[in-house]
Design a protein around this ligand. Structure first.
Ligand SMILES: Cc1cc2nc3c(=O)[nH]c(=O)nc-3n(C[C@H](O)[C@H](O)[C@H](O)COP(=O)(O)O)c2cc1C
Length: 138
């Protein structure tokens, strides 16, 4: 499956995950809205986005590109400080329109603010994502 990782990152955490994923999957990597790669060329698109003030930052990108993305295998990875099961995380997930939510596989991974949180951002956090991808790639 031709795979691309589309990411956005303000403080570098999401970029870190995106680069680890690229290494593990030998996928292409592109910053969202950078314009040099088209989702059309890929079968699997992994959208990696930080969460700020309750919003998955690339939600706008997902909505804008949905007509191109739908029908492809879409994985959304939201990075943030709020634990996956917290009401805040639930809310930001539920901000994804249901017609998109029902067609994606979603993961929330630990983010950080400042050097103190560094230990939370580990390559192993990607394990469930990689297991899922391997299960569908065969
Ligand atoms: C102003 C601000 C608001 C944030 N809001 C959220 C939030 O609503 N939910 C969450 O899970 N994390 C939140 N975070 C944590 C960031 O998502 C976390 O720092 C993440 O690692 C940032 O990703 P980046 O380094 O790729 O920019 C917030 C961080 C800041 C600085």
């Amino acid at each position: 499956m031709r795979t691309v990782i589309i990411y956005n990152s303000l403080l570098g955490t999401t970029k870190r995950y995106a680069m680890w994923l690229r290494e593990a999957l030998e996928a292409d990597l592109s910053k969202a809205n950078a314009g040099h790669r088209s989702a059309l060329d890929y079968d699997m698109i992994i959208v990696c986005s930080p969460t700020y003030i309750g919003q998955i930052r690339l939600l706008g990108y997902l909505k804008k590109k949905w007509s191109v993305l739908q029908g492809k295998t879409i994985i959304v990875i939201a990075v943030g400080m709020a634990p996956p099961e917290s009401p805040d995380s639930r809310k930001s997930y539920e901000n994804i329109p249901p017609e998109i939510r029902n067609r994606i596989r979603y993961f929330k991974l630990p983010g950080k603010i400042g050097p103190a949180g560094k230990a939370k951002v580990r390559q192993e956090n990607l394990q469930p994502v990689l297991e899922y991808i391997r299960s569908i790639r065969g």
